[in-house]
Design a protein around this ligand. Structure first.
Ligand code: GLY
Length: 580
């Protein structure tokens, strides 16, 4: 997993620069462009979007082209077999949030991932929620991207899919990290089609090798001609047969019943900036606004960027927002989510009063302030869940000032590791984003409530946080990242970096990250946080867990004075911001 890779990899990567397709590591300055920008985890996907912008397309055309291209060049998380969220803000201020999250198949049941003793099935089980056919939720990506293109794009589906088809058919040169990901994944080899495509049956791809995907190219060509085939035509039947042959639950009827939802985005404000973000079934926007509301009452700028005092207050805000996330968040079509109370500034003020400026709170002793309906709903019993770190985000701003913030996922890296037989694309393990069982902390220790129990036709709770920030009616920031629960705090870290600490967008993306998710009761810190700062945090009562790095902020800022587009791709990964 990328979170655990050492600096050596970056050094090797640099030594190979020029030989293989890879971006420079850790840019220190943003990419400048006068008109438009695309930032994504893969330069070829960013360039697919740029091609649309240069040929008369708008931000949605570019986003759809980038999204399909990522399904080819970044199969770890880019996808047509998964789902995601697209946040669009047009230059005239109109916003649209497109939910194309996967749904549980009709045959899914609350206890489907428990054994006869009531224990969660391990990853090695053929019926696991993580690996294999039972983990697959009904994919939403094709529906979401096609819906966005038809409703808000200017070009045709054929045009925006053309770069992805070419990349799949003609191939592209594999970067070091991608070749390593293909080789090192511990589950891909369990599925013969995945082993053949991504691991050449054991003759592993080397950095610089040309990676061609003829089956995927054919699938994309069919979709470009007739996108509806994925849900209602021959492809739906082929996909359902492939999944059911392996013991999965998704049927042709599930695919036919899939629907994209347009939802009202979550809105908040922070120090005079308007923040627009993801509503349930993501927890991202609600938690982000709650965090910002709590922090608005503190003068973080005075405390100093990455000072122990500032990290302490931010971590306490994170802790409280994740505590609420655990109890209240789930699919709004199935459970009443008290969004208005959770993002109320008066509620945040009550939480703020519970923070000791000099001492870490204890997660198990946290007491929710009495506020509106929240106490009553919170009687429900918490449910733990694991949330993998692998997802991908990209941002687009076009010449008119329309902006797209899009986060998409297969859940784990390479999803369920199942490749749809004959169709050439990987399928998600999004079913694992449901809470499989109550009361037992899992590998990531993340806790969730019954609102997120498995249920037929339900969308699992997400942390994806595509976000747009506006100042005085003008587009300012387009933000997002992968990282499971750390998505929310990564977006907060970047946003606070710009707004409170006056960092430019690249500095804010590069700055060391920290994360608290209520349970486990610890702060996760990147190892570039200074040792002195870590020691002060320890003396304040924090347990620290130090990781090399996580996340992948692919973000854009619009310079308020010049209108220039400033793209920031994250040096923690291989991405690239490109513009014109
Ligand atoms: N599967 C990652 C997320 O939705 O947050």
């Amino acid at each position: 997993m990328r979170i655990q890779r050492s600096l050596i990899r970056l050094l090797i990567l640099c030594s190979l620069c020029g030989l293989i397709a890879s971006a420079d590591a850790a840019p220190l300055r943003p990419t400048h462009a006068p008109h438009a920008m695309v930032a994504s985890v893969h330069e070829l996907a960013s360039r697919a979007g740029l091609e649309m912008l240069r040929s008369g397309g708008n931000a949605v055309d570019a986003a759809v082209a980038t999204g399909f291209a990522l399904a080819v060049v970044y199969p770890q998380a880019g996808n047509i077999g998964g789902g995601g969220f697209l946040l669009l803000r047009n230059a005239n201020g109109e916003t649209h949030f497109i939910d194309f999250r996967e749904k549980a198949p009709a045959a899914a049941t609350e206890n489907m991932y428990l054994d006869a003793q009531g224990n969660v099935l391990p990853e090695s089980s053929k019926d696991s929620s993580v690996v294999g056919y039972k983990a697959i939720g009904v994919p939403g990506t094709v529906a979401g991207l096609v819906y966005a293109e038809k409703q808000y794009g200017k070009l045709t589906i054929e045009k925006v899919m053309a770069p992805a088809i070419k990349l799949a058919r003609d191939g592209f040169s594999l970067a070091y990290d991608d070749a390593q990901d293909f080789k090192e994944d511990e589950h891909l080899a369990q599925f013969s089609e995945s082993r053949r495509i991504f691991q050449r049956d054991g003759n592993y791809y080397q950095p610089g090798d040309l990676f061609k995907q003829p089956e995927l190219a054919r699938t994309l060509e069919r979709l470009a001609k007739d996108p509806d085939t994925f849900y209602h035509g021959a492809m739906a039947r082929e996909l359902a047969v492939a999944i059911q042959k392996g013991g999965g639950l998704v049927t042709a009827a599930d695919l036919a019943a899939y629907e994209v939802k347009e939802r009202e985005p979550i809105r908040g404000s922070y120090r005079g900036y308007d923040v627009i973000s993801a509503p349930p079934p993501s927890s991202g926007g609600v938690a982000l606004i709650e965090i910002l509301n709590i922090l608005e009452g503190f003068d973080l700028a005075k405390l100093g960027n990455r000072s122990a005092a500032a990290i302490h207050l931010e971590a306490e805000a994170f802790r409280r927002a994740f505590y609420d996330r655990a109890d209240f968040l789930g699919d709004p079509d199935f459970a009443k989510i008290p969004v208005a109370q959770l993002i109320d500034k008066k509620y945040a003020a009550a939480w703020r009063d519970s923070i000791d400026p000099n001492r870490a709170s204890v997660s198990k002793d946290l007491k929710r302030p009495s506020f509106g309906e929240l106490e009553r709903v919170a009687q429900s019993r918490p449910v733990p869940n694991r949330e993998p770190q692998n997802t991908t985000h990209f941002s687009v701003v076009d010449a008119e000032g329309n902006a797209v913030s899009l986060t998409t996922t297969l859940n784990d890296s390479f999803g369920s590791r199942v490749t749809a037989s004959g169709l050439g694309f990987l399928l998600n393990d999004e079913m694992d984003d449901f809470a499989a069982k109550q009361g037992v902390p899992n590998v990531y220790g993340l806790i969730q409530g019954p609102a997120n129990a498995v249920g037929a036709g339900k969308r699992p709770l997400s942390a994806m946080t595509p976000t747009i920030v506006v100042k005085d009616g003008k587009l300012f920031l387009v933000l997002g990242s992968p990282g499971g629960p750390t998505i929310i705090t990564t977006v907060a870290n970047v946003l606070i970096g710009v707004v409170d600490f006056s960092l430019d967008i690249q500095e804010a993306v590069n700055a060391p990250r920290f994360h608290n998710q209520w349970l486990p009761d610890e702060i996760l810190v990147e190892d570039r946080v200074s040792p002195d700062t870590m020691n002060v945090l320890r003396s304040d009562g924090y347990k620290l867990r130090v990781e090399h790095f996580w996340g992948d902020g692919e973000c854009i800022m619009v310079d308020p004075k010049t209108g220039e587009r400033l793209g920031a791709s994250d040096g923690r990964n291989n991405g690239k911001a490109v513009g014109y």
